[in-house]
Write a protein that binds this ligand. Structure first.
Ligand code: HQG
Length: 182
């Protein structure tokens, strides 16, 4: 994606997941914000965005982070929020093993306390090692942890899959975690 679009996309992640007040938009209880208003507020901040640009970002974003509602009057992030919204996540049965990438430095604490959601609404997990590695490298030298999702399910833990296919759960106690050696 072109650099300018990438920058706007990053700004949308911030605004739609964490800080709508950064540009002065409001987000409703289901995470939606009005597209026209969003464009207006971006323009007021000196960012030249229009509906074509927003449509391109929604379509081409590498992780499909954003979605429109049916008539394209509203937009929201599919996952990753720290603000309290209900994006109507689908409960789903995960594959038997899921992965979480983190920084090596975090591992001692994680193996003691389990995976906690920190500032976000959920712990984020992926169904493949490569994605987990990339996520982990955002925090430092990456390491991938393997999650025994099959046993978690048997024990009654609930999983959701976001519209862009990220696996989410409330927390992962340490007993379901081990270092992935592959
Ligand atoms: C760590 C991005 C110490 C956890 C990614 C992680 C993802 C602990 C960090 C999505 C811990 C939180 C989410 C504990 C967890 N002790 N550290 N007990 N429990 N941690 O950014 O999963 O690209 O909130 O391992 O791709 O890294 O923005 O979560 O390192 O899908 O769309 O605390 O964000 O998506 O960091 O990333 P984050 P994450 P986007």
């Amino acid at each position: 994606m072109e650099k300018n679009l990438k920058n706007i996309s990053k700004l949308l992640s911030l605004v739609l997941r964490h800080q709508p007040e950064f540009i002065g938009v409001t987000i409703n209880e289901n995470g939606w914000t009005d597209v026209d208003k969003l464009i207006q507020k971006l323009n007021e901040k000196g960012i030249s965005a229009d509906i074509q640009i927003i449509e391109t970002i929604v379509a081409e974003n590498d992780k499909k982070r954003f979605v429109f509602n049916n008539d394209k009057s509203m937009i929201r992030a599919s996952q990753g929020h720290s603000i309290d919204v209900d994006v109507e996540l689908e409960q789903a049965v995960p594959p038997p093993v899921l992965y979480h990438g983190t920084a090596i430095n975090n591992v001692p604490l994680i193996l003691q306390k389990g995976l906690q959601k920190q500032s976000r609404q959920y712990v984020h997990l992926s169904d493949n090692i490569e994605t987990a590695k990339i996520v982990g490298s955002r925090h430092g030298l990456p390491i991938v942890l393997e999650i025994d999702a099959a046993v978690m399910c048997k024990d009654g833990f609930i999983f959701y899959q976001s519209a862009n296919k990220v696996w989410l759960t409330d927390n992962v106690p340490a007993r379901f975690l081990k270092e992935c050696i592959r």
